[in-house]
Design a protein around this ligand. Structure first.
Ligand SMILES: Nc1ncnc2c1ncn2[C@@H]1O[C@H](COP(=O)(O)OP(=O)(O)OP(=O)(O)O)[C@@H](O)[C@H]1O
Length: 542
């Protein structure tokens, strides 16, 4: 939904220019020094803007209340930081808060909806001003405000639904086709971009706009296939689905150093799934049916698969098949078991339609899809377990080849630490065709990104000790840890560091919860000691 003319790259370039231009006062007051060392920079506001963008993306896709609350809270942080920046004469010429509000407007959230219709009153009339702008009353944390929000949203959605029903009853063709953006619209009836945009703005309001069930409209103009084979596994043209791929970023998934991986998944899996089928037809290609993520433990394979399923198919829960557990069921059972996984997708949630993508994640795929053949080489097994595995592999092959049609479009994601054990037939094109290695964080830059992901919240909530410069801390930590630290290990470091700060705060003021809340801040040494803790544990693990 953000104009392609304003990609993040351009904003970062702008930040860099601003940073270069920023003039620091030669003589800083103590307060200013304290502000400086607490990390107030244009970059910190940019990070907040990125966060805001993330919330608005989620809002557009899923329309959740949490995302609006998150957006509002982020706006407030932006306003606060901007005020502090102005004190430092440090980029104060840029109205970041106004940019944040513009983001919200682009996302279809006007100020009235953000501030008045459920999130407390916007204070105006010069009651209170920061940096010349009217401040926003804090989001009502109390239950009443939240309840009011829910009531307003329900009322608003009920009205919209009623209006939609009426429009359908009246057979207003324009409105009728608008709601089908993303469907396989028959040739000659494609809607122009303007109309597509019109329908899309409802996406954030939980109205099923992407692909409505043909049942609901008579199924005459719009036909979805009755069953899905390798030829028509795609979801049909879906501009909103294509756009929502912008959500598939490391920062939204809470992952650092994986942007190249996400880009490749977007290009090879996501885009073909949601482009016009006739275009795929002309190109003579079909969407990919299988994605294999392989690599060492704790590097984010599961998190990527979850993120992919959550954004690609927000209305149908994904199916997770835990390899070793399910194998116990397979032994002695018939081939029906694997069929059942594909043939019984979880029902769609409200707002979805029956053609929503079904994502099946096979965790520890090597446990169920080992090389066939009964020989011991390459990890294949004999006996009942070996036969069960052979049967599973055969079933998977038949299903992924499209021999057996499926009820809904399906994407299979395999996760494994041991790609070498998987039957090679499953790794051929047409099956787990896209294979991506999710490696250990390669260098300092990737490690710094992961540290940032897992400490940003502490930093934003002022839980890093005064006097510690956040960017220096990240730089130091990412240089200190060794190459053997996975993303999960780095997350472990942050957890362990937090536990040290918590312990110190609790020891210092057990009986005074207000003091405890105030005191609990992470020191540099907490992180350094935590790195040693985790390194020790990793060493013992080896
Ligand atoms: N690149 C990363 N950036 C930030 N956090 C990460 C990263 N990789 C892993 N983590 C953290 O580690 C946790 C565990 O990762 P995840 O389960 O996705 O790894 P995995 O590769 O699937 O491991 P396994 O093979 O053991 O299942 C994640 O939830 C996340 O918090």
């Amino acid at each position: 939904f953000f104009a392609p003319s304003s990609p993040r790259r351009r904003r970062h370039a702008q930040i860099e220019r601003l940073g270069a231009k920023a003039e620091r006062p030669t003589e800083l007051t103590n307060q200013e020094k304290a502000n400086l060392t607490s990390g107030k920079t244009p970059e910190s506001i940019q990070r907040l803007l990125d966060e805001l963008e993330g919330y608005l993306d989620i809002y557009i896709c899923k329309g959740t209340k949490v995302s609006i609350v998150g957006a509002l809270e982020t706006l407030q942080k932006i306003q606060k930081e901007e005020g502090e920046l102005e004190l430092l004469n440090f980029g104060g010429k840029v109205d970041w808060y106004a940019r944040g509000i513009q983001f919200c407007k682009n996302a279809g959230l006007d100020e009235a909806r953000l501030f008045r219709d459920g999130y407390g009153e916007r204070e105006t009339g010069g009651k209170e001003k920061v940096g010349g702008k009217a401040t926003v009353a804090s989001y009502g944390n109390d239950v009443n405000d939240r309840r009011k929000d829910v009531e307003l949203r329900e009322e608003f959605e009920a009205k919209l639904k009623a209006k939609q029903r009426q429009q359908q009853d009246n057979k207003l063709k324009d409105d009728f086709t608008d709601s089908f953006v993303g469907l396989n619209i028959p040739k000659g009836e494609e809607k122009g971009e303007g109309e597509a945009g019109k329908a899309e703005k409802f996406v954030g309001l939980n109205i099923p706009t992407k692909r409505q069930s043909p049942d609901r409209v008579g199924g005459e103009d719009v036909k979805m296939p009755e069953s899905y084979t390798s030829q028509n596994m795609g979801l049909g043209y879906s501009p909103s689905l294509l756009k929502s791929s912008s959500l598939f970023t490391g920062s939204n998934l809470g992952l650092g150093g994986v942007d190249d991986i996400l880009k490749e998944i977007k290009r090879r899996v996501w885009i073909p799934l949601s482009t016009p089928p006739e275009l795929l037809d002309q190109l003579g290609v079909t969407p990919v049916r299988g994605l294999l993520l392989h690599g060492p433990p704790g590097c984010g394979k599961t998190a990527i698969a979850r993120g992919l399923a959550g954004i690609l198919s927000p209305h149908r829960p994904m199916t997770v098949v835990a390899g070793p557990e399910i194998m116990q069921k397979f032994v002695g059972a018939s081939e029906e078991t694997i069929r059942a996984i594909f043939d019984s997708p979880p029902p769609v949630m409200e707002g979805g339609d029956k053609h929503s993508l079904h994502v099946i994640v096979f965790d520890e795929l090597d446990a169920i899809a080992r090389k066939r053949g009964g020989g011991t080489a390459g990890g294949a097994e004999q006996g009942e377990a070996g036969m069960a595995r052979d049967s599973v592999v055969n079933q998977l092959l038949a299903t992924m080849d499209g021999v057996r049609p499926l009820a809904v479009p399906t994407l299979v994601v395999g996760l494994t630490n041991r790609r070498g054990l998987i039957d090679s037939a499953l790794l051929r094109p047409g099956r787990f065709e896209v294979q991506i290695e999710v490696q250990m964080p390669e260098g300092k830059k990737e490690r710094a990104e992961i540290f940032r992901v897992h400490t940003e919240k502490m930093f934003m909530n002022d839980r890093i000790a005064k006097g510690v410069v956040y960017s220096d801390l990240i730089e130091e930590l990412s240089g200190t840890i060794s190459e053997g630290f996975s993303g999960a290990a780095i997350e472990g470091v942050c957890r362990s560091a937090a536990s040290r700060a918590l312990e110190r705060a609790v020891d210092g003021c057990q009986e005074d919860s207000a003091k405890l809340l105030k005191m609990c801040r992470l020191e540099r040494k907490d992180f350094i000691e935590a790195i040693e803790d985790v390194a020790k544990a990793l060493g013992e693990g080896d």
